[in-house]
Each structure stands twice: as structure tokens, then as C-alpha cells.
Ligand binder design. Structure first.
Ligand SMILES: C[S@@+](CC[C@H](N)C(=O)[O-])C[C@H]1O[C@@H](n2cnc3c(N)ncnc32)[C@H](O)[C@@H]1O
Length: 225
């Protein structure tokens, strides 16, 4: 199967990625091949990644792309990309943009890389992800860079926020009162995978959290403790 790495180095349009991203994308995108996923990317720049997705999916993808900078929205391919000018930090922009849009199967945040924006965008868009979908945040190393307001373990960074969401995978087991907004936003959060500079959130369907018991006979001397 063609890899994003091989496609990337033959792109006509400019893009810039860290070298470890290709293996991640090959693994997470493969299940959507041939299924015409609806994919939204935040951050168009010179259009290189959009060209990569189109080529990776051999045009079997419904591509949506947003950017704050109107100048970047002029890239035209043979296959249409649904472009819009959206500031990812604006609730009003998202409300207007999402009105009438379908839910997405794949969302990639490669926009401002500002922690506050990454958190806000995840909170806004995770409910707009289909069950069985993935939400990818690129360049999360900004959470560690002081010049981006980051630092190891620093509250308010995207990485600290993402670590906190690990709890919501266990929502049915939480017996204390959890923040209702977060419980609602992250309903069906199935897994979070942390890579160097990339975080991948997977959304359900989750199996009902009921205990499975094998049908084997129990040794009467054994206790579950
Ligand atoms: C790293 S570039 C995207 C690169 C592209 N995805 C690629 O790989 O070829 C980041 C883009 O995010 C856009 N951006 C910056 N701040 C934004 C914001 N607040 N809302 C939406 N887009 C933003 C920039 O204009 C820029 O085009």
C-alpha cells in the first residue's frame, strides 16, 4: 500500500511535516481506505497536506478544509475541496461553519498549534466526529516550548488537557461527579494514543461496559479477592 511518506516527497504543493508523522498516518488512515471518509483539516497553508490526503485515498475522500488566512484558500484540485475561512479559536465561526455540515470521520488539527486553540477546537469538534472516527492533533510539542507558553507539566497546555481526558475513557466507572460539560463532549471517547508531537483520539462505538465472565467452571477454592 502507498505510504504517506512516499506521497509526501512527490507532492507538487508545499508541506512540512516531522518525519515520524508518516508512520502514524499510515496506521491510522488505512482503515478508511476505500470507504470515502469525510475528512476535515484545520490549516491549509500551501495545500500540500490536502494534496497528500487526496492522493493517499486515491480521490475516495470527501475533503473539507479551513484556514484563518483567506489567501491560503485558493488551491484548486481536480477533486473539490470544500474550503472555508474559519478562525479555530472562534465559537461564532465554528457555529456558522458547522451549521448544516455532516459529521466527520477524520479531523486533523494542524492549525495555529496554540494550546488554547487546540483545546477549544477539540471541545468544539469532538462531538462532530462520527463514532468510529479519529481526531488528530499535530505538533503538540508546542505544549513544551516556553516560547509557546509551554513547559513540562504546565497547566493550560494541550498536553496536560489531553492527559486529563484519559479519565473520560473510563466514564462508566467514574463514581464521583465529573464536570458534566466534559462528560457530554467526550461521550464515546474510546482511546487516546500519544506519539511524539501527535495525539490521536479515537471515538466509539464503545461496547457497553459490562463485565464479561467466561463460561468455564470456577475452582471452588478460588476467590476473586
Ligand atoms: C502548519 S500550517 C498547515 C500546513 C498544512 N496542513 C500542511 O501540512 O501542508 C498552519 C495553518 O494554520 C493556519 N492558522 C493559524 N491560525 C489559525 C486559526 N486561529 N484558525 C485557523 N487556521 C489557522 C495558518 O494560516 C496556516 O495556514
Amino acid at each position: 500500500m502507498t505510504s504517506t511518506h512516499d506521497i509526501f516527497y512527490k507532492l507538487k504543493l508545499l508541506s512540512k511535516k516531522w518525519n515520524n508523522y508518516f508512520e502514524i498516518y499510515d496506521n491510522i488512515l488505512a482503515p478508511y481506505k476505500g470507504k470515502k471518509p469525510k475528512m476535515l483539516e484545520i490549516g491549509v497553508a500551501h495545500g500540500g497536506s490536502l494534496e497528500m490526503w487526496i492522493k493517499y485515498f486515491e480521490e475516495e475522500v470527501q475533503l473539507y478544509a479551513v484556514d484563518i488566512n483567506k489567501e491560503f484558500l485558493d488551491y484548486k484540485f481536480d477533486i473539490p475541496v470544500d474550503y472555508a475561512c474559519v478562525d479555530q479559536s472562534s465559537g461564532e465561526h465554528w457555529d456558522a461553519y458547522l451549521n448544516g455540515k455532516p459529521k466527520f470521520d477524520i479531523i486533523i488539527d494542524d492549525g495555529s498549534h496554540d494550546s488554547e486553540h487546540q483545546i477549544f477546537t477539540l471541545l468544539t469538534l469532538f462531538p462532530k466526529l462520527n463514532d468510529g472516527g479519529i481526531y488528530v492533533v499535530e505538533d503538540t510539542h508546542t505544549s513544551y516550548w516556553p516560547e509557546w507558553g509551554g513547559g513540562l507539566g504546565k497547566q493550560g497546555t494541550f498536553m496536560e488537557f489531553a492527559k486529563g481526558l484519559l479519565d473520560f475513557i473510563h466514564a462508566p466507572h467514574i463514581r464521583q461527579t465529573a464536570p458534566p460539560g466534559l462528560v457530554e463532549s467526550f461521550k464515546n471517547l474510546k482511546s487516546i494514543t500519544f506519539h511524539n508531537s501527535v495525539v490521536v483520539f479515537e471515538k466509539g462505538p464503545t461496547r457497553p461496559s459490562t463485565e464479561a465472565v467466561s463460561t468455564a467452571k470456577q475452582n471452588p477454592n478460588f476467590s476473586w479477592g
